[in-house]
Design a protein around this ligand. Structure first.
Ligand code: IMP
Ligand code: MG
Length: 176
């Protein structure tokens, strides 16, 4: 593998502050409702936990693993369900929790899959949004941070399964 280093892009403190703001917004938007979080494994787990702890409505959580990427950094264009949800989402207010919206292909396909199960509502929250890369005409309802087209790791995000445990989000810089 090529040599690389990681440069901090979003600090632990910035993440904390922004996630609290997102939680506050959700507490307003879903006031009086129950919220069912569909957490997309594995990258979204850190974000989902931090967010869920600050939600004040009744919350349920389920987990799903899908993949559109292999081990590298290039998008493939279709999704495979690697782990199905445990519970039915019919009639529930569902919020998909994603780590990063890149091309949007993953969420586009996931949206089709989940809409067919007829939830009461279906929205998307993503911690990071590479806005310039969207292909599938999909948009997140809630965005933590808009980031440039850089490959990032940390706070759940990986490069070949590594660096998920970093408390900040950093950019992978390949050494020439
Ligand atoms: P999309 O289908 O192109 O939007 O890709 C979304 C998925 O690709 C995310 O859920 C991540 O798992 C992965 N991904 C995209 N960009 C990055 C990145 O910069 N770092 C780590 N994973 C990424
Ligand atoms: Mg992901």
């Amino acid at each position: 593998m090529e040599d690389y280093h990681i440069v901090e892009l979003i600090s632990e403190e910035e993440l904390k502050v922004r996630i609290s703001e997102l939680a506050e917004q959700l507490n307003k938007d879903y006031a009086g409702k129950e919220l069912h979080l569909v957490v997309i494994l594995k990258g979204s787990v850190f974000f989902a936990c931090e967010l869920a702890k600050q939600l004040t409505m009744p919350v349920t959580m389920d987990f799903m693993a899908v993949s559109s990427y292999g081990d590298g950094m290039v998008s493939a264009g279709d999704i495979t369900v690697k782990k199905e949800l445990d519970e039915d989402i019919y009639d529930k207010d569902v919020l998909i929790v994603e780590d990063v919206l890149d091309s949007g292909v993953t969420l586009y396909n996931l949206g089709i899959l989940l809409k067919a199960r007829m939830p009461q509502s279906l929205k998307i929250i993503t911690l990071l949004d590479k806005k310039d890369n969207h292909e599938a005409g999909i948009k997140a309802d809630y965005v933590g941070f808009e980031i440039p087209d850089k490959f990032v790791v940390g706070y759940g995000l990986d490069y070949s399964q590594k660096h998920r445990n970093l408390p900040y989000v950093g950019e992978i810089v390949i050494e020439q």
